[in-house]
Design a protein around this ligand. Structure first.
Ligand SMILES: [Zn+2]
Length: 511
C-alpha cells in the first residue's frame, strides 16, 4: 500500500505485478495447462515471432473491431481468466502494421493465432489493476474478480486467442486460450450508444483527406454538439493516427461545455512540450461526453458516493489518492461506436488523485492545480509503459527483483543495462551516478524563484544511473535526477522517457 501514499506528487502506481510466486497456473479451456512443478516459461519473442514475414492486415482481418471481455479472478496464490462476452464493433482504430510484434512486454499479453496455420497474427501487451491487487494483503484473504476488455482486429477466419499474465520475474503464471469463430452468432453487434463524441484534436498526416479545420461543430448548450450535416468522424485518419479517447465522469448533462473545455486543456497540456509536441499530428483525441447523474467523484473516505459513469472512486486499495475503476467492461461500454486505442477517464474533481495502467486506462482529475502535470505523467504510464521514477525509503516489497531486467524502458536493475539507455550515457558518467547537490531540492523549492526552477528543470536532461526508482530505494535505478515520471515540479521528461515515447509512437504508426 505504501506505493500509493507518497509525497506531494503524482504517484499512482501502475506497472506493478505480483511479488513472487508459487502460483498455480491455470487454464480454463484446458489447453496449455501447466502446474507448479513445471518450469515456468518466459514470455519472449520466440513465443510469438515464429514467423518473420510481416502479417498483411487484409489477409487476416477486416476493418472492424472484436472486443473481448474477460473476468480475471483469484487470490495471491491462484489466478483464473474467464471469457465473458464477444462483441463486434464497426471500424478498427488500431495499428495495421507490425501486427505480430510487441514493443513492450507489459505484465500480460494477448496473442492471436490463425487457427489453421497456428501463425501469430496479432499481439497486444498490457498491465492490469488485478495484478496490482494481488500484492495487497487483501489478496491473501479473499478471492476477488476484476473486469478486463481488449480490442483486437476482427478476424476473417477462426482464431485462437491466448491471454497470458506474467509475474515480476516476467514468468508466465496464468494463461488461457479460447477459439473464436468470426461467424459465431453470439458475437454481439454493438453500435453507437447515443453518447455524443467530438474530436478535440485531429492528427494531420499525408493521408488525411479533407481540410479538417474548417468544419467545427456548433457548440450547443450543455451536452450536445450539433453536427451541421457531417459525420464527427469526417476528416479523421483512424489508420495513421493513434486514437486517444477522453471519457467524462462526474460531469452532469448540463456540464458538458465544461467537459469539452477540460479536454481541450488536457490536450494543450499534452502537446505543450516535447516529445509530444512534435508528435501531435500522429494523435487523434476524441472527447466522449458521457453524462453522470451526479456532479463530482465518489470519495469513500468522506462517505461520498456519486452516480458517475466509469465506476471510478478514490481510495482504491484503501489508498486515499488512488483513483481507479475496476469495471473495465463499463468503461468500454461508454465507448461503443467510438474508435479508440487508449482511454483516459477525466474526473470532474478538484481533489488530487489519479492512476494509469499500461495499455489499460488512465484516470485524472480536471480541477486540481497540478492537473496538467498529473495528466501527462499518468499518460506516460498508460501509453508508453513508463515506470514511476521515485522511491520509498521504507519499501519492504521487492517490485523489481535483481535477477530480472524490468520491461519498463525508464528503469533498470542493471541486470541488462545495455538494453536500456547505456547508449545515452555521457562519457565517464559513473554508475551509480551520485546526486548533484547543486540541484535544488524539489520539496523545498520556491516555485517563483526562476533561477532555482531553471536549475531544477535542467537536471532532467542529464542522463545517468541514479539509484532509487520503481518504489525501491535500493537495487532499482532511474535515468535522471528528476523527471516528469518522478515529480510534478519539473516540466520535462528525461531523455530516456522522451525516447521511449517517440519509439512507441513510431511503432504504433509504422507503415
Ligand atoms: Zn524519465
Amino acid at each position: 500500500m505504501k506505493r500509493h501514499v507518497i509525497m506531494a506528487l503524482a504517484v499512482f502506481a501502475s506497472n506493478m505485478l505480483y511479488a513472487d510466486p508459487t502460483f498455480a497456473t491455470m487454464n480454463n479451456n484446458t489447453e496449455q495447462v501447466t502446474t507448479q512443478d513445471e518450469p515456468r516459461r518466459i514470455l519472449t519473442e520466440d513465443n510469438m515471432m515464429d514467423n518473420n514475414d510481416d502479417i498483411v492486415f487484409d489477409n487476416y482481418f477486416i476493418d472492424k473491431t472484436l472486443r473481448i471481455d474477460y473476468v480475471m479472478a483469484g487470490n495471491a496464490n491462484e489466478q483464473h481468466i474467464y471469457l465473458d462476452e464477444l462483441k463486434q464493433q464497426d471500424r478498427w482504430a488500431g495499428r495495421k502494421s507490425r501486427l505480430a510484434e510487441k514493443f513492450l512486454n507489459g505484465n500480460g499479453q494477448i496473442t492471436v493465432r490463425d487457427h489453421k496455420s497456428h501463425k501469430v497474427i496479432y499481439v497486444w501487451t498490457f498491465s492490469t489493476l488485478f495484478q496490482e491487487w494481488l500484492l495487497e494483503d487483501e489478496a491473501k484473504r479473499v478471492n476477488r474478480a476484476f473486469d478486463a476488455s481488449y480490442n483486437i482486429p476482427f478476424p476473417k477466419a477462426t482464431i485462437d486467442v491466448t491471454v497470458t499474465l506474467t509475474n515480476n520475474h516476467q514468468k508466465v503464471v496464468t494463461e488461457m486460450t479460447h477459439t473464436v469463430d468470426p461467424n459465431d452468432i453470439l458475437i454481439r453487434k454493438i453500435r453507437n450508444n447515443n453518447i455524443p463524441f467530438h474530436y478535440v484534436w485531429k492528427g494531420k498526416t499525408e493521408n488525411t483527406k479533407t481540410d479538417i479545420d474548417n468544419k467545427e461543430p456548433k457548440n450547443g448548450k450543455g451536452r450536445n454538439y450539433v453536427y451541421m450535416g457531417f459525420d464527427p468522424l469526417e476528416g479523421v485518419n483512424l489508420t495513421d493516427c493513434i486514437d486517444l479517447a477522453i471519457v467524462a465522469d462526474g460531469y452532469t448533462e448540463a456540464q458538458m461545455g465544461k467537459f469539452y473545455n477540460d479536454c481541450q486543456r488536457a490536450v494543450d497540456a499534452l502537446f505543450a512540450r516535447e516529445p509530444f509536441k512534435s508528435l501531435k499530428n500522429r494523435f487523434n483525441v476524441v472527447a466522449v461526453a458521457a453524462p453522470s447523474l451526479d456532479e463530482g467523484p465518489s470519495v469513500p473516505h468522506n462517505d461520498v458516493w456519486k452516480r458517475g459513469t466509469s465506476g471510478a472512486h478514490y481510495d482504491t486499495f484503501y489508498s486515499d489518492r488512488y483513483l481507479m475503476s475496476q469495471d473495465m467492461h463499463k468503461i468500454y461500454d461508454l465507448l461503443s461506436g467510438v474508435p479508440f486505442e487508449h482511454i483516459m477517464v477525466l474526473i470532474n474533481s478538484n481533489t488530487y488523485g489519479g492512476g494509469g495502467i499500461y495499455n489499460q486506462v488512465t484516470f485524472s482529475t480536471s480541477d486540481h492545480p497540478t492537473f496538467k502535470e498529473v495528466f501527462v505523467h499518468e499518460f506516460g504510464h498508460s501509453y508508453a509503459g513508463l515506470a514511476d521514477e521515485y522511491a520509498y525509503d521504507d519499501q519492504d516489497n521487492e517490485w523489481y527483483p535483481a535477477d530480472t531486467e524490468p520491461w519498463e524502458p525508464n528503469i533498470t536493475t542493471l541486470k541488462n543495462f545495455k538494453s536500456k539507455w547505456a547508449d545515452l550515457m555521457p562519457k565517464k558518467q559513473p554508475i551509480p551516478t551520485p546526486i548533484d547537490s547543486k540541484v535544488p531540492d524539489f520539496k523545498k523549492i520556491d516555485k517563483n524563484d526562476e533561477k532555482q526552477m531553471a536549475k531544477l528543470n535542467a537536471c532532467t536532461q542529464v542522463v545517468g544511473v541514479f539509484e532509487g526508482a520503481g518504489y525501491q530505494s535500493k537495487g532499482c535505478y532511474r535515468p535522471a535526477q528528476e523527471c516528469r515520471m518522478k515529480i510534478n515540479e519539473v516540466e520535462d521528461f528525461c531523455p530516456v522517457c522522451a525516447r521511449a515515447i517517440r519509439r512507441i509512437t513510431d511503432f504504433y504508426t509504422a507503415k
